[in-house]
Design a protein around this ligand. Structure first.
Ligand SMILES: Cc1ncc(COP(=O)(O)O)c(C=O)c1O
Length: 419
């Protein structure tokens, strides 16, 4: 995207796609708070609708503030094109729907964010779509589940809240051997730690609500297309018109044209503005959050009341080597889970906290905590919860940028007061 000089990641995250000279010198991208765009001639609007000209028509379709964020995120992930959407779930739903037809199948790692899990196993069933969930790193099982009806492979770089890290290189090799794209949700690892496209993924998805915006104030999502997958295959006959229109970016065009603009999953330009403001401190936040997360994991590991800690930064974690091999060497994510005796102990501990926010979100610069068994997963049967590794004594923590001693003191005091 663009021929501008490329800088290091920490610089690009601030400057990529920014063009102050176009905006009367404004140093932040303006919020184009408009539903529609005037065209001076009938010919111009007609040419824009037909795709002969690139221009803005209506903000459900595209918006100049959103376009800047799209270019920026695309550069950060090393893609060729991107579309921002109203939430991470919009990005996941639109991408999957663009790829799937009734009767199709796909194979996914089973370590999934709760709504993604419900979308795959429940919502898609209504459309006769079969999501085959396999253990994230069981490559034999993954390969065995590929059939003529399979349309893609799906993984999370760090499972939420399973904390497992798939071997994306090996998985992409299997996917490509069968002519399938690999889609990766990179929300928890972020491009600061992992760039799935460089490893072999074809599409990257984010909930920008989390670490990328970083302040818990801007729901959003993005789909980034590597532009490197060949859609011109027998398995994808429905891609023909999109290949003719957009070539390598056929999938992104299909996602945008068939689903995003018709489902109306538009990103509010103000949310893009907030996300870009958040991105300016992304690298600094990540440095601190990764360091804090490692310290919190070590602190909790040594507390006698804590039965276990699930954090890939710990050297005995089953995904530690996978993270070391595929990540940038700067850490293992800022989210972890840990175990207390039972639900009552978890409730007591959460109710004793003074600093840490108790809420359903992650990736904020504040430390956040939740008891998934009784909240996000409350409508799931115990059997399914246990299959997904959600236990009554499990607590999920998203570690923020506060002073480490204040985080560990708050956790420590709250744990001490439980019986
Ligand atoms: C890994 C992952 N993917 C996707 C989502 C969905 O994002 P959003 O809440 O922005 O729709 C979440 C939300 O927590 C998530 O953790």
């Amino acid at each position: 995207m663009g021929n501008k000089k490329r800088y290091r990641f920490a610089t690009e995250v601030i400057h990529a796609a920014q063009e102050p000279h176009k905006w009367n010198g404004a140093t932040t991208t303006p919020v184009f708070q408009t539903a529609s765009y005037v065209h001076e001639t009938a010919e111009n609007l007609s040419d824009t609708f037909s795709g002969k000209k690139a221009d803005f028509i209506y903000s459900r379709l595209s918006n100049p503030t959103n376009t800047v964020l799209e270019k920026k995120l695309c550069m950060l992930e090393g893609g060729q094109g991107a579309v921002v959407m109203s939430s991470g779930m919009s990005a996941i739903t639109n991408t999957c729907m663009a790829l799937l037809r009734a009767g199709d199948e796909f194979v996914s790692g089973n370590s999934l964010f709760m709504s993604t899990y419900l979308l795959f196993t429940s919502v898609f069933k209504k459309y006769d779509i079969n999501a085959k969930l396999v253990p994230t790193n069981d490559l034999d099982e993954l390969e065995k589940n590929i059939t003529a009806k399979t349309r893609f492979i799906y993984m999370e770089t760090i499972g939420n809240p399973g904390m497992d890290i798939p071997d994306l290189k090996k998985i992409s090799e299997i996917a490509h051997r069968y002519g399938l794209p690999l889609i990766v949700d990179n929300t928890i690892a972020t491009p600061y730690l992992c760039k799935p496209i460089e490893i072999g993924a074809d599409v990257v998805i984010h909930s920008t609500t989390k670490f990328l915006s970083g302040h818990g104030n801007a729901p959003g999502g993005v789909v980034i297309d590597s532009g490197s997958f060949d859609w011109n295959q027998e398995r994808f006959p429905d891609f023909k018109p999109f290949i003719e229109r957009k070539g390598d970016l056929a999938l992104l065009d299909k996602i945008w044209r068939e689903h995003h603009i018709n489902f109306g999953t538009t990103q509010a330009p103000f949310h893009s503005y907030l996300t870009m403001t958040g991105l300016e401190t992304f690298v600094l936040r990540m440095e601190r959050q990764l360091e804090n997360a490692m310290s919190v994991a070590n602190y909790l590991k040594d507390r006698p009341e804590v039965e276990w800690v699930n954090y890939p930064g710990l050297s005995d974690h089953p995904s530690h080597e996978s993270g070391k091999k595929q990540f940038s060497g700067k850490g293992f994510g800022a989210m972890l889970t840990f175990g207390l005796k039972d639900q009552k102990t978890c409730f007591d501990m959460i109710n004793n906290l003074e600093l840490i926010y108790h809420l359903a979100n992650l990736g904020d610069c504040k430390t956040l905590i939740i008891h998934p068994w009784s909240s996000q997963y409350v409508s799931f049967t115990d059997e399914v919860k246990l299959q997904l590794g959600i236990k009554p004594g499990l607590i999920r923590l998203s570690v923020g940028i506060e002073h480490i001693k204040d985080i560990t003191n708050d956790l420590g005091c709250a744990i001490s007061k439980t019986d």
